[in-house]
Design a protein around this ligand. Structure first.
Ligand code: M3P
Ligand code: FE
Length: 314
């Protein structure tokens, strides 16, 4: 079965106290652990594992690594073999090397991003429990993020130089991880340059996405909300808390999600993403967006480029 979903993202926080306040008060995450070197571990109310975000004190924004959970321990052996056969250098991690996780595999995607695969993480449980649960917990003060949903990584793309890390990452995710290519944007004179891809490990449109740019980085990571009403409420909450908003509520043509983009206090871009989008079945055909409809795909309502959205990333 292999990868089931995103597990956690390790990002930098410039002022850890300010970041803690933002992720707890505005995003409604709970701090579940703080270690000696100042790292802070947080989970959302609707998640059951120990953490989905690690804040690492640093003097600049950005992502340190991204982790995906696999279904069972033996998947790690299978994936280690598959990755090695594919030519990827895999570093094996012992139980506890990744805090509160069992053994893990660490490697770099062709784009350079560090990725971790693990099968087990300490269980805490949802805030609402599993016995006759209420639909949401008391005491939410912010947007009420349900769970870490996906991340979008910027990958080096330079067609003239023959470099396309979007295509290389995508091929690896399809061939080694059995992920499904749900959507792609194809550009260039012949429409044969893969500019962006959305890949699914389960049945939502994406668990990871890649977009081409001048250099690698983190474009955003997204938290799940239920619906449009929650997105509009979230926009109010963001303004109330003077959060820097990049893109106000919109629909994506790609994935059909409802969205807001904004920045955490360190400058890492966050997204609130609502709605299932659609159900990805194993036999669903890949959706392709052409260059002339690129912005309709990204922002369906305005159908206009947003300069900061493409140029600003960490
Ligand atoms: C999403 C999404 C870009 C498109 C982003 C789309 C960066 O974030 O969740 O579907 O071009
Ligand atoms: Fe997104």
């Amino acid at each position: 079965m292999g990868i089931i979903r995103i597990g956690h993202i390790n990002i930098n926080a410039i002022d850890i106290e300010v970041a803690k306040k933002y992720y707890t008060k505005v995003m409604d995450m709970r701090i579940t652990h703080e270690d000696e070197d100042g790292k802070v571990y947080l989970k959302c109310w609707d998640e059951w594992d120990k953490y989905s975000v690690i804040l690492t004190p640093n003097d600049k924004a950005g992502m340190n690594n991204i982790a995906y959970k696999v279904a069972k321990d033996s998947d790690l052996d299978d994936l280690k073999t598959k990755l090695k056969n594919y030519g990827v250098d895999v570093r094996e991690k012992m139980e506890g090397d990744i805090p509160f996780c069992g053994r893990a595999l660490e490697f770099n995607l062709p784009s350079g991003h560090e990725m971790i695969l693990y099968a087990q993480k300490e269980f805490i449980g949802k805030d609402v429990g599993v016995t006759n649960p209420e639909p949401w917990p008391d005491g939410l003060t912010g947007v009420g993020a349900h769970w870490l949903d996906h991340a979008l990584l910027m990958c080096e793309l330079n067609p003239e130089a023959g470099i396309n890390k979007v295509a290389e990452n995508t091929k690896l995710c399809e061939e080694v991880f059995d992920m499904k290519l749900a959507e792609q944007v194809m550009v260039g004179p012949n429409g044969d340059v893969q500019l962006a891809t959305w890949l699914s490990a389960g049945n939502t449109p994406h668990d990871i996405a890649f977009v081409g740019g001048p250099e690698m980085g983190l474009h955003h990571f997204a938290f799940f909300l239920d619906d449009w009403a929650d997105i509009l409420k979230a926009a109010d909450v963001l303004s109330k808390n003077d959060v820097k908003v990049d893109v106000t509520p919109q629909r994506h043509g790609i994935t059909r999600g409802n969205t807001i983009y904004f920045f955490d206090p360190s400058g890492n871009r966050n997204e609130t993403f609502a709605g299932l989008g659609y159900l990805v079945q194993p036999d669903m055909p890949t959706v392709t967006w052409t260059e002339d409809k690129l912005w309709k795909g990204i922002f369906y309502h305005t159908n206009q480029p947003v300069e900061s959205f493409t140029n600003v990333y960490t």
